[in-house]
Design a protein around this ligand. Structure first.
Ligand SMILES: NC(=O)c1ccc[n+]([C@@H]2O[C@H](COP(=O)([O-])OP(=O)(O)OC[C@H]3O[C@@H](n4cnc5c(N)ncnc54)[C@H](OP(=O)(O)O)[C@@H]3O)[C@@H](O)[C@H]2O)c1
Length: 320
């Protein structure tokens, strides 16, 4: 059986496959999915302050702890700092809210969700709007936010810290001043956006890459769907390999990523697919087949964050 976790730059282990929880806001669906995942053997859950499901996840974790089915140290929980908490002194407030909802004393991984900050205006919900109904941009130095992130490690609220949706220049800003080097950068990564350049850049600095939307997020919201955009799960090379290896197409996509030492957090609320997505450690793609998949890269980003364009820390203009 191949290795199932990566050792981070601080010695903690992070399971290579986790359950993604974005867009799972129905309490019952969320709780049933977490139960299905824990029963299937998942030991890594990816959520965020902004996903509005931390409380449901916390309920199920408590249920499993109380029943003696799971110990706190068995499970790796990631959550994320929301964009309205970028000021250094607000970082501990945001994580405290997440911990309360999750009913945990600490999270295993805490990430800056986006490099773009917004200020609270009381209008627009999670994405506050200014007086012109435009996103209320707030330009907090990323290095200041990082100081707040380091603080939550010192206070014991997070074991590891990292970033999400950061480009190389932004990683570099933090890396230069960090007392604690980020442990991961969670970014969009799949067959059509392979992130090889960013991956090498991170590797040289001892930072792992976590792939969000490893299937290309087929059910992403309409505003992120471009007409005629290719579907990652329809890729013909991956489909042929699924036949060759007698695996599902999804398993080929996940195996390709974890075999490159990339952590994956596929989302599913379907019990069968939840199980399927974890069964990727008992086969290996040949070097030739890895190369065939590498050749399918289209450097195609589905998450363009266009509503943040114009913010000084808009991350997606850097060449791929
Ligand atoms: N940091 C960030 O900014 C950010 C952004 C986006 C996502 N994320 C994280 O990454 C996670 C995953 O990304 P995602 O939710 O965008 O999309 P994804 O994991 O690429 O795709 C999920 C979709 O694929 C379907 N699916 C799951 N397993 C499958 C399989 N084996 N075969 C075929 N279809 C399958 C799911 O449907 P069913 O549920 O019906 O199975 C769902 O519609 C998120 O949940 C979140 O935790 C982070």
């Amino acid at each position: 059986m191949a290795k199932q976790s990566l050792t981070l730059n601080n010695g903690h282990k992070m399971p290579l496959v986790g359950l993604g929880m974005w867009q799972v806001t129905s309490p019952e669906e969320c709780k049933d999915s977490i139960r299905a995942a824990l029963d299937a053997g998942y030991r890594h859950i990816d959520t965020a302050y902004a996903y509005q499901n931390e409380a449901f996840i916390g309920e199920v974790l408590q249920e499993y702890f109380t029943a003696g089915k799971l110990k706190r140290e068995d499970i790796f929980v990631t959550t994320k700092l929301w964009v309205t908490y970028h000021e250094k002194d607000r970082v501990p407030l945001c994580i405290a809210e997440s911990l309360k909802r999750l009913q945990l004393d600490y999270v295993d991984m805490y990430l800056i969700h986006l490099p773009v900050g917004l200020r609270e205006t009381g209008k627009g919900g999670l994405f506050p709007l200014d007086e012109n109904n435009k996103p209320a941009f707030q330009d907090v130095l990323l290095t200041d936010t990082w100081k707040g992130m380091e603080q939550v490690v010192r206070s014991g609220q997070a074991r590891s810290i990292g970033v999400s949706n950061f480009n190389m220049e932004q990683i570099d800003k933090i890396y230069k001043i960090a007392e604690i080097i980020p442990a991961t950068n969670q970014v969009e990564c799949h067959l059509y956006l392979q992130q090889e350049k960013l991956f090498r850049f991170l590797k040289e600095r001892g930072i792992t890459l976590t792939a969000y939307s490893p299937f290309g997020s087929p059910a992403r919201p309409a505003y992120l769907q471009e007409e005629g955009a290719p579907r990652v799960l329809d890729d013909p090379v991956a489909k042929d390999l699924a036949t060759k290896y007698k695996r599902s197409v999804g398993q080929i996509h996940l195996r390709y990523l974890i075999q490159r030492d990339i952590i994956v957090i596929p989302k599913s609320t379907n019990p069968g697919r939840i199980q399927e997505n974890l069964k990727v450690f008992d086969f290996e793609l040949s070097g030739d087949d890895m190369s065939k998949l590498a050749a399918q890269d289209k450097k195609l980003r589905f998450f363009t964050g266009l509503q943040f364009k114009g913010h000084p820390e808009y991350p997606f203009d850097e060449p791929l």
